[in-house]
Ligand binder design. Structure first.
Ligand code: HEM
Length: 459
């Protein structure tokens, strides 16, 4: 298959009623199944039939007004807040108004590009551990789960950069396992609930999900203990930074608030990157020409030396492969909001309590804004083609005040991982592998992707 025409898998669009029935009956929590074919060319319109209005806002300027939300009409959706509350409380990812503003001002300094530079050596260590594991797999010829390998890698990055510990530490491993259970059991939005319930209906979480959340929080609490007070002085990591953060009144986070924020960093910081990298290496296994271009770029920028922080911004094709993967498989598939008052969007009446959804998945494949929207083409992001881009049609990190706080972190991390792994290994999929995406907490393959690695041919 040529570079210009590779179309990675996506669910076949159905008509609206079929989509709704499939999504409701299958009970698989896959929100991608709810999207009718019309979603990929409409501006704004209802998403299926539900008791509360569910409006898909699909025109970049309208999506922008919802996400910037100067009047504070569209906070994070009650369904999502409810689902995440046992894990991350009223923390930066879900809070709103003055509570959110205070949290954002206190968390942002821990994730600036300067801090990412300081965290770079910790990220490098995680990549080194991953490469040792992959070298063993290459030697044994063993096949392994790509999803799980990427989740391990990005969770290890978060453990090292946030807490200066590794995933091999018992507590970190238990947090990881409990997160995996949480991720599998909790859907961002439960489809039957979405159809049946009124707005702001409280939904009790399953006991195993609550137990997993309690376990994660108690481990985060333990891991935080040595970061507070004089004992914490030996650390210069993200947890220490956030523990020392003060608001304009000079107040720091309480212990429970700290656990909430660190829970967000663990969840938002590893799950999303793992999702993106799983799709990157899936695509690379099918696209040897792109692998060759990444290798040539890495060689010209870093030669045979270790990739340094300063090299990252010069790895522009590698970054464009990451960007194009985020376009076709945005880890956060939907950005759901709730209308707290009756209002209008693009002339459409929106009742109080309506779910208002901006969907990176749909905007990124919208037929009006992208040439050959389903084709994987990293060169769309090359500077000479920038004029083709519609402002607001590409939003993998969100937009407006709630834009991802970790976007710089995630980009540096991903470019380093792609560059390092590609120069050492070739990835191979089973010839009969059936891969389809599903939108759960993040955009993941329906079934784990099994793969093998061999030492890169050019080495
Ligand atoms: C490829 C990786 C990532 C993607 C695609 C991603 C995407 C997003 C998106 C779309 C949002 C906004 C959600 C909304 O508006 O409803 C968000 C928020 C957030 N992300 Fe990321 N993220 C990534 C990695 C990270 C990392 C590595 C961190 C931290 C280390 C992080 C921390 C956060 C935080 C704290 C928020 C909440 C910001 C706020 O509401 O003020 N993310 N992310």
């Amino acid at each position: 298959m040529t570079l210009a025409h590779y179309r990675p898998p996506r669910p076949a669009p159905r008509n609206a009623l079929m989509s709704l029935m499939r999504a409701a009956l299958s009970g698989d929590g896959n929100l991608l199944g709810l999207l009718p074919g019309s979603a990929y060319h409409m501006d704004i319109g209802p998403l299926g039939w539900s008791r509360r209005t569910t409006m898909l806002v699909n025109r970049p300027d309208l999506a922008r007004s919802v996400l910037i939300d100067p009047e504070g009409v569209f906070p994070k959706s009650d369904l999502m807040v409810n689902a995440l509350e046992p894990l991350i409380g009223d923390s930066i990812f879900v809070s709103s108004g003055a509570t959110w503003r205070r949290q954002r001002e206190m968390v942002d300094p821990a994730l600036t590009m300067m801090r990412v530079n300081r965290a770079f050596s910790a990220i490098e260590k995680s990549v080194g551990v991953c490469m040792e594991t992959l070298a063993r797999h290459a030697h044994d010829g063993a096949s392994f789960s790509l999803d799980l390998a990427m989740s391990h890698l990005t969770a290890d990055v978060i453990c090292r950069t946030v807490f200066s510990t590794s995933l091999e530490h018992d507590a970190s491993r238990e947090v990881f396992d409990a997160f995996t259970l949480f991720e599998r059991s909790v859907a961002q939005v439960e489809i039957r609930r979405l159809i049946m319930d009124k707005a702001w209906t409280k939904i009790a979480q399953r006991k195993d999900v609550l137990d997993a959340c309690a376990l994660i929080r108690s481990h985060l609490d333990d891991m935080l203990s040595n970061h507070i007070g004089a004992e914490g002085e030996r650390y210069d990591d993200i947890a220490r930074n956030i523990a020392l953060a003060r608001d304009i009144e000079g107040e720091g986070f309480t212990r429970a608030e700290l656990i909430d924020q660190l829970g967000v960093l663990f969840l938002a910081g590893h799950e999303t990157s793992a999702s993106a990298l799983t799709w990157v290496f899936f695509i690379l296994a099918k696209q040897p020409e792109i692998v060759a271009r990444i290798r040539a770029e890495v060689q010209s920028v870093a030669g045979d030396n270790a990739i340094a922080f300063e090299h990252i911004k010069r790895l522009s094709f590698t970054r464009n492969v990451f960007r194009e993967t985020l376009r076709l498989y945005p880890p956060i598939t939907f950005l759901p909001r709730v209308a707290t008052q009756a209002t209008k969007i693009g002339g459409r009446k929106i009742p109080r309590g309506a779910l208002v959804i901006v969907a990176p998945w749909v905007l990124h494949r919208h037929q009006k804004y992208w040439r050959e929207p389903d084709v994987f083409d990293p060169d769309r992001f090359a500077p000479e083609r920038e004029s083709e881009m519609t402002p607001g049609a590409y939003i993998p990190f969100g937009l407006g005040p709630r834009v991802c706080a970790g976007a710089a972190f995630a980009t540096v991390e991903a470019v380093l991982i792609i560059a390092d792994l590609v120069r050492r290994f070739d990835f191979h999929l089973a010839p009969d592998a059936q891969v389809q995406p599903a939108a759960r907490l993040t955009t993941r393959p329906v079934q784990q992707i099994m793969c093998r690695v061999t030492q890169a041919k050019t080495q």
